[in-house]
Design a protein around this ligand. Sequence first.
Ligand SMILES: Cc1cc2nc3c(=O)[nH]c(=O)nc-3n(C[C@H](O)[C@H](O)[C@H](O)COP(=O)(O)OP(=O)(O)OC[C@H]3O[C@@H](n4cnc5c(N)ncnc54)[C@H](O)[C@@H]3O)c2cc1C
Ligand code: FES
Length: 283
Amino acid sequence: MSANAKTFNPYLPQLAAVVERVDETRDVFTLRLCLHDAQARAAYRFQPGQFNMLYLWGVGEVAISIVSDPDDPDLIDHTIRAVGRVTRGLQRLKPGDKLGLRGPFGRGWPLEAAQGRHLLLITGGLGCAPTTSMIHYALQRRASYGRLTVCHGVKHPDDLIYTDRIQTWCAAPDTQVMLTADKGTPEWRGRVGLVTQALEDIDPIMFKGMAMMCGPEPMMVSVAEDLLKRGMMLTDIHLAMERNMQCAVGHCGHCQFGGKFICKDGPVFPYAQLRALLAVRGF
Ligand SMILES: Cc1cc2nc3c(=O)[nH]c(=O)nc-3n(C[C@H](O)[C@H](O)[C@H](O)COP(=O)(O)OP(=O)(O)OC[C@H]3O[C@@H](n4cnc5c(N)ncnc54)[C@H](O)[C@@H]3O)c2cc1C
Ligand code: FES
């Protein structure tokens, strides 16, 4: 938890208002939120890779990564896919509507260990959410990091979101964005194939850096094992995990993964800590 843990009960949602809703695709949208209480707003700070619990009164609560810029904690962005009861309810919110927000929770990306290193961010589908705030963070502190390569894979070109942001990232110094779609269309300018295949086109110098990944677990395992074969150190591979969550503070056990709780020990983990468990199919 951040510094506001001293002031605020982690079980108690804070009132937040929708400032803006951007419809990214038919079922993916970004909610820009602002905490109602000035003291809560002033205390709220987050690290890239952390998440909030968003609470729709009368419906339920869901874990959602924070995608906005940690330097601007007054406006808190979440990009959400409408898959079920709560997320579909969130999709119906309009500017001015209110909801509950608890957080931020969890351990984010290893910011200090990453300093001065090349950063390789590999994401699949909406898995780009937890890495987005890391990209903002690194680009705001460009001199503190080496080269930045983002490999982002989608199933279909229509699933691609953040096209404006991606153009901004491409224009940043020493930054490369590689897009892949499982299936192409005549208009698609990226690669066609799995995001794992994009590794073949990456400058091998990036394998001396640090990898940060999120997306479907089989994809992350496949990429991580490939990175190891290409010479990346096991300790330099990190991944963001997702599990069904309820309390978000390590009490209820819903997010347990072996001896770890994804909510408080993660959601970002060194691959070394999870490798054996992730090798067990369906765990
Ligand atoms: C740390 C963390 C960060 C997350 N960040 C994001 C994010 O940035 N954007 C986003 O859209 N979603 C994110 N999720 C997933 C999100 O929490 C679930 O999609 C949400 O809980 C679904 O709730 P629901 O009531 O809408 O759907 P439900 O009615 O509960 O379920 C709909 C379907 O989604 C499945 N499901 C539910 N929860 C999860 C889950 N955690 N992982 C995989 N499948 C699930 C169910 O099994 C069911 O098939 C994150 C989850 C975690 C744990
Ligand atoms: S969500 Fe309750 S222990 Fe992690």
